[in-house]
Design a protein around this ligand. Structure first.
Ligand code: B12
Length: 454
């Protein structure tokens, strides 16, 4: 079948993100012999997309929706009206089946299929079901009976019952993308070493998107992918795993393999302070890691419990010390305002975070409420939302005890000059990102904020 794949994401903050999902989907089409073209709206315009659709005359459209909104509060940006606009323009030039996928789609499969007028939607990993669906459409067969495949009919949106088997990731097709454009604008090329997150943070979408059981890729496959990228001129990589350092033994073995491969690659990743030891920090440094971002959220014991964190304050202090001793830059990402938060617990988190002597800290306020999470249930119980609330619109949980949020955040921003406050536009804006990138800032932006306190 002739398929036009489109990555709709055009968000440039904190950097343009390489659309690995659609590159993997493209890889699965290459493997299964479908003809395809890719349009990437990070660097191509909607007008180019429409011109390509006219010329290519696709028999199916595969659209990747990554972000619902920027999960930042109170300065929230939502991307849904933009998706609607692009899809409406596409509908004017092609009547072929429209298939939706991607993380944003997967969090709201029914609502987005209806709202955006898609014909089919695939929740979660798409590389196996998508080519199967195309085969069925081409041959006029019934679509696969899969729990993750949604179909829009006049009477509503339905999904099948069958459970999918675990997936072997096909080699992503990088050739359809302008890799240099990502490099020039400070973005990295993404690589995934595993899927799944076994942790239970109350607000988090990762287990919903990837499942709870970490499924690791063979280390040789990851090294082959890195080697090919490196040969194609890529020198910076982002490991997009929910948590790069779990399972720990796998992560260490992977680092050793990266060191052994002697690739001239720099990389960065998300990590947990749990089981993050000096050996791992040393392996990261030796393997070319530019810095790690801890998904810490809170460092007040009461709030850590409320947020469902699996580690202790001591774990965070130890992991931070390991980074400092190894010479590995690190950042703690905080998420303030969860159930039970008060200005006292915030102060406790702030003081403990300051004690880690992190290279930088990302301080977010308000938790985006996502359906099917514990936070969703808490929010219903507390009357923050009702079962009728439209969750596609940015709905945030902010503890009612946190009065005077803006003033409190402003005070903290004056106290900590290397901390970043997205959602309050403090040391985080497209303008600043552009400024730093123009001056050659590479890797994660928090690394540069710390060097240039504003
Ligand atoms: C790594 C990451 C980042 C890194 C990215 C670094 C980099 N260079 O890539 C950083 C920290 C910079 C980042 C930033 C942001 N992120 Co982020 N990020 C992630 C994370 C952990 C992994 C994304 C990833 O690459 N996954 C691997 C790929 C292979 O998976 P995938 O894209 O989902 O693709 C699969 C399926 O979705 C499907 N699929 C994809 N496309 C298509 C298309 C079709 C047709 C089909 C059928 C199937 C299909 O098949 C693919 C292969 O199996 C996810 C959470 C998660 N676990 O998914 C959040 C996530 C995607 N991010 C999110 C958000 C909101 C953001 C930000 C807007 C705000 C923020 N948190 O800073 C920015 C936006 C950046 C931008 N320019 O767009 C949200 C998006 C959903 C939402 N709530 O809106 C997520 C889900 C996390 C969350 N909070 O819920 N992010």
């Amino acid at each position: 079948m002739r398929v036009l794949l489109v990555s709709l994401n055009n968000e440039l903050l904190p950097e343009p993100v390489f659309p690995l999902g659609i590159a993997i989907i493209a890889g699965s089409l290459r493997q299964t012999g479908h003809e395809y073209k890719v349009v990437d709206l990070s660097f191509q315009s909607p007008a180019e997309l429409i011109a390509t659709a006219r010329k290519f005359q696709p028999q199916a459209l595969g659209l990747s929706l990554r972000n619902v909104d920027n999960v930042a509060y109170p300065d929230t940006t939502t991307y849904i009206p933009y998706y609607q606009e692009v899809i409406n323009s596409l509908r004017r030039v092609t009547g072929c089946p429209l298939i939706l996928g991607g993380s944003a789609y997967s969090l709201f499969p029914r609502q987005l299929l209806e709202l955006l007028g898609g014909d089919y939607g695939i929740r979660g990993s798409g590389e196996k079901i998508f080519p199967q669906l195309l085969d069925c459409l081409e041959q006029g067969h019934d679509v696969p009976d899969e729990i993750n495949l949604y179909v829009r009919q006049e009477t509503g949106c339905f999904h099948g019952k069958g459970r999918s088997q675990p997936i072997t990731q096909p080699r992503p097709d990088h050739d359809c993308f302008d890799l240099a454009a990502y490099h020039e604008s400070g973005g990295m090329i993404n690589v995934q070493t595993k899927r799944g997150c076994a942790f239970s943070c109350i607000y988090c979408s990762y287990p919903l998107l990837e499942g709870r059981i970490p499924l690791t890729r063979p280390i040789s496959a990851v090294i082959n992918e890195l080697t090919t990228l490196s040969r194609n001129g890529v020198n910076e990589v982002y490991f997009v795993d929910s948590l790069f350092n779990h399972p720990v033994d796998y992560a260490k073995e992977l680092c050793r393999a990266v060191i052994k491969a002697r690739l001239p690659l720099k990389w960065t990743c998300y990590t947990s302070p749990w089981l993050f030891d000096r050996e791992f920090a040393d392996l990261c440094v030796a393997g070319g890691c530019l810095g790690v971002e801890f998904g810490t959220d809170a460092l007040s014991p009461a709030m850590m419990k409320n947020m469902g964190k699996a580690f202790t304050v001591d774990d965070a202090l130890r992991a931070s010390a390991a980074c400092r001793e190894a010479g590995l830059p690190f950042c703690h990402a905080l998420l303030v305002g969860g159930p039970g938060e008060t200005w006292d617990t915030v102060r406790e988190t702030v003081d403990n975070t300051a004690a880690t002597r992190a290279t930088s800290v990302i301080f977010m306020t308000g938790l985006r409420i996502i359906p099917n999470t514990k936070l969703y249930d808490i929010s219903l119980r507390e009357g923050v939302i009702t079962p009728e609330t439209n969750m596609l619109e940015p709905q945030f949980y902010l503890s009612s005890h946190l009065t005077g949020l803006t003033a409190g955040v402003n005070r903290l921003s004056r106290e900590f000059k290397t901390w970043i406050f997205p959602g309050h536009s403090i040391r985080c804006s497209s303008y600043l990102a552009g400024y730093l990138r123009k001056r050659g800032a590479r890797g994660p932006l928090w690394l540069h904020m710390a060097k240039k306190p504003l």
